[in-house]
Design a protein around this ligand. Structure first.
Ligand code: ATP
Ligand code: MG
Ligand code: MG
Length: 550
């Protein structure tokens, strides 16, 4: 449908809306600042910003900050940062709390129109009124009280006369409707919480059901795009706009993105963080956007992934493997590849002199010469991965074993194992002795392996204190099905730590370049964060980047 086409109770509202927006598309991405964004949100970001951009319209970033008990400043900052990291610039950054005064005035108006009442029922009573089966509920005694009484009582709620749960403003909807979203939803509740922006001004806070549609209306949103769990809410959304005779945006729903084998809910991710299952919201085993950033997933790879999903109402349950495959494809053209041996095993090449040195020109990508190359030394002492050597040879094994030859990636000749040394106590192989097949007709290797050479004067190899390999955090594809809860599905060996790995010498120049880039990016981010009203930055002038964060 076209912007503003949703039937209005008063047609002039549509004209006003089109006047305010010039007929342009207006969307909003409305996160609740109660956690960091995850991969699922990137779909909502893509849909809202993408739809507006595609139609030459505008998209707001709106913080839906009506739950002061759960909201924290760090979440606001991170959300803005991550939206920008994904490459989107909000037309305006707004907060539901910007409209608390307007929302309050409309609540008073709603009572005056006999479409809201102050209710003193307990949660249990409300539940009991709804009956055993979910059917049309009974009206409570407060529903029919005089308008003036509710107005006075609402004033008392506002003035802090009531404790939380003692009074709620409820909308007088339609108890005979089959949709529970029409059963007198709460519009305002009393909360004993200080709000990060309005501080202690308010004792009452509006609910999502009351706030969302009205703020969409205030902001002249043309397309209110949300996920399918809000289908039933569309009716209450429209009811409230009509009840107050304000411009009524059109809500449309799209399916959520659920990545399988992980948790796509802020509340549950928070539990993993709080209970120490992961090191923080940016732990590389999580699928929050800051965790993906820390893992080195480029924003373009995430967008390329969500752009393949489509925006039908079907929820997309996607295997992690499909996501990782998209990321790998994306990185294929841009990421340099280095030699690394995780568990180094020393190899002595017996038939070359002590000072043997060949500088090998090694491309950063075997099939992509534009990525450039590095110069790495090849010497008498090299290291291979312990997994690439076996004492017992078998037919289907093509790497190194006593008497067997193997190729070394990019090295001039293959090597053949002539003997090996073991630790007299443990029997473990400590050193392999090989011959460089540099004369006659060298054997044709059936496999090639990675290696790094010992060459002190060029700083080779680079020794890595600690290498972390991240395996899936959950054992199954569907942690939510685990009993008693998703934590029972946690893989207790999801982080493998390896000491003493070795990497080729071009590691340092590349690492320095990415640290410089990361610093630059962080500086730009913190400069922008400072420009956000109300989101006081806790960064100092110079961002502190630790290797942890990289
Ligand atoms: P969570 O369940 O993780 O707390 P939420 O829906 O409560 O998520 P909000 O902060 O309200 O999180 O989300 C902001 C927007 O992002 C909403 O429009 C919401 O529908 C959308 N969104 C959240 N999760 C997903 C998802 N998995 N796929 C697509 N959109 C999502
Ligand atoms: Mg929400
Ligand atoms: Mg939520």
């Amino acid at each position: 449908h076209k912007p503003g086409e949703n039937p209005q109770t008063r047609p002039e509202l549509r004209e006003q809306h089109l006047g305010a927006t010039d007929g342009q598309v207006r969307t909003r991405f409305p996160p609740e600042p109660n956690g960091y964004l995850h991969i699922g949100h990137s779909k909502a970001i893509f849909v809202n910003f993408g739809y507006a951009a595609h139609h030459g319209g505008k998209c707001y970033l709106r913080f839906d900050d009506t739950n002061p008990e759960k909201e924290e400043a760090r979440y606001f900052e991170s959300i803005i940062e991550v939206v920008r990291w994904l490459g989107f610039e909000p037309w305006k950054i707004t907060y539901s709390s910007d409209y608390f005064d307007q929302l309050y005035d409309l609540a008073v108006e709603l009572i005056k129109r006999d479409k809201a009442y102050v209710c003193h029922c307990t949660q249990e009573q409300i539940k009991a009124d709804r009956g055993e089966k979910i059917s049309a509920p009974k009206a409570c005694v407060h529903r029919s009280r005089p308008i003036q009484e509710s107005l006075d009582d609402f004033k008392k709620m506002t003035d802090g006369y009531y404790r939380p749960k003692e009074a709620n403003l409820r909308m007088k909807m339609d108890l005979t409707d089959g949709n529970p979203q029409m059963w007198d939803l709460t519009a305002y509740r009393v909360l004993d919480a200080s709000h990060h922006r309005t501080l202690d001004k308010w004792k009452i806070y509006p609910t999502y059901d009351y706030t969302h549609c009205l703020v969409d209306s205030f902001e002249n949103i043309s397309h209110s795009l949300c996920t399918t769990e809000f289908i039933a809410s569309r009716q209450s959304y429209e009811w409230l706009c009509d009840a107050l005779e304000v411009y009524k945006p059109k809500q449309s729903e799209f399916g959520r993105l659920n990545l399988q084998g992980t948790i796509n809910s802020k509340r549950k991710i928070l539990q993993l963080v709080d209970e120490g299952y992961v090191s923080g919201w940016d732990d590389p085993r999580l699928y929050t956007l800051i965790a993906l950033r820390r893992r080195g997933v480029p924003p373009g790879a995430i967008l390329s992934f969500v752009s393949t999903l489509g925006v039908s109402t079907a929820a997309s349950n996607i295997q992690i493997a499909r996501f990782e495959q998209t990321v790998r494809q994306y990185l294929e053209g841009s990421a340099p590849r280095l030699f690394m041996v995780m568990r180094p095993l020393k190899v002595i090449i017996e038939n070359v002199p002590d000072d043997y040195l060949v500088m090998v020109d090694k491309p950063f990508h075997p099939k992509n010469p534009q990525l450039g190359s590095s110069q790495i030394p090849f010497t008498r002492t090299i290291y291979i991965d312990a997994d690439d050597f076996r004492l017992e040879d078998t037919k289907d094994y093509f790497r190194l074993a006593p008497g067997k030859s193997v190729g070394l990636f990019q090295a001039p000749y293959p090597i053949t194992c002539t003997s090996y040394k073991t630790d007299s106590a443990t029997g473990e192989v400590t050193e392999v002795v090989c011959r460089l097949e540099d004369s006659g007709t060298p054997p044709k290797p059936k496999a090639y392996i990675q290696w790094v050479a010992e060459h002190a004067s060029s700083g080779s190899p680079v020794r890595i204190d600690e290498t972390r390999i991240f395996h899936p955090l959950f054992k199954s594809d569907n942690p939510l099905a685990a009993v008693p809860d998703f934590k029972a599905d946690i893989n207790s060996n999801s982080m493998e730590v390896i000491k003493g790995a070795m990497v080729e010498v071009s590691f340092w120049p590349l690492a320095k370049r990415s640290i410089a880039d990361a610093l630059e990016e962080a500086r730009a981010r913190s400069a922008k964060a400072k420009a956000i009203p109300g989101a006081g930055s806790h960064d100092a002038d110079t961002p502190q980047i630790t290797p942890e964060q990289l």
